[in-house]
Ligand binder design. Structure first.
Ligand code: ZN
Length: 152
């Protein structure tokens, strides 16, 4: 889909080395608007919303942060590790606000799958419906997030 200048500018800021070393797009060559639309369709088909998914990510983040730097077991079969790093990041969509650099890892031991995300990832999903491009280290495939966190 053709995208307007706003999305083109945002997509520029998401490239490797502009705001973050790895960028947000991985090796995804699609237009930002198409990345967002496709994940939006997936989330709709799952009968969920970006808010529901972001709130679940936030719940696991909160639990992980209480045991900072140490792994914590949650609800019997989730292992969570949350790390906070020095520094803050702006959102590539360009509105006000900065986000703590962090990395939250959640392992679902029942299915042996894990996801990794940051404070900014949660914001990107909640406010922009953006799960990052394919190949980005912090890409959160909606289906995988739903599977690992058992969102229903
Ligand atoms: Zn934003």
């Amino acid at each position: 889909m053709k995208q307007d200048l706003y999305y083109t500018k945002v997509q520029q800021r998401m490239k490797k080395g502009v705001l973050v070393l790895d960028g947000f797009l991985g090796n995804d060559k699609r237009n930002l608007i198409d990345i967002i639309n496709e994940d939006n369709e997936t989330v709709k088909r799952l009968g969920l919303t970006h808010i529901i998914i972001a709130e679940k990510l936030d719940e696991f983040r909160e639990v992980g942060l209480k045991a900072l730097e140490e792994s914590v077991i949650y609800k019997d079969h989730f292992e969570i590790k949350a790390e906070i790093f020095r520094g803050k990041l702006p959102c590539p969509f360009g509105e006000k606000g900065i986000y703590q650099k962090s990395e939250i890892t959640v392992i679902n031991k029942k299915i042996n799958e894990q996801i990794k995300y940051s404070d900014l990832s949660i914001h990107l999903i909640k406010e922009h419906g953006f799960y990052q491009g394919i190949g980005s280290p912090y890409r959160l495939d909606p289906k995988k997030v739903v599977r690992v966190l058992e969102i229903s």
